[in-house]
Design a protein around this ligand. Sequence first.
Ligand code: THU
Length: 142
Amino acid sequence: MSKIQLTKEQEDTLIDMSLDARNYAYCPYSKFRVGAAVLTDTNEYFKGCNIENASFGAGVCAERCAFQKAISEGHKKFIAIAASTDVDTFPTPCGICRQFMAEFGVDILVLLVRHDRSIKTMTLRELLPEHFGPSDLGNSEP
Ligand code: THU
C-alpha cells in the first residue's frame, strides 16, 4: 500500500499540536519532554505528553497517551501521529509505543518532528517490520 498523503493543513496541525503538547509533559525524573498529537480518520486531533511516576515503570510515553485519549473517546482508526522533543534529533518512538500503535494499523504515518519543525515521516510498517498484531491471534484490525 502506498503511503497516506497528508494535507499541508493536517501536517502543520500535527506539528503544532505535538510541539505544544510538550508544555504539559510531567517528567521530573528524566527532564525529557515529549509531546504527541494523533489524527483520527474522522479528522480529529488528540494531544498527549509523557507522564512519569516515582515508580518509574508506571510512567507513560506521549505517543501512547495521545492514542489512549483518542481510543477512550471512541476512535480506533488513525491516520498519523506526530511526536516532538526538545532535542535536535528526530524522535523515534520507543518499542512499546511502536507495538501499541501497530495494533491499530501499520500504515499509520509517524511524523518525527524536530524542534525547528523539520520532519521525517515514516510508517509504522517501516518502524516495526514483521510486527506481531491482531491477525496473529486470528483477529482483524480494530
Ligand atoms: N518517551 C516518550 O514519551 N516517547 C518515546 O517514544 C520515548 C520516550 C518518554 C518516556 C520518559 O518519560 C522520557 O521520554 C525519557 O525516556
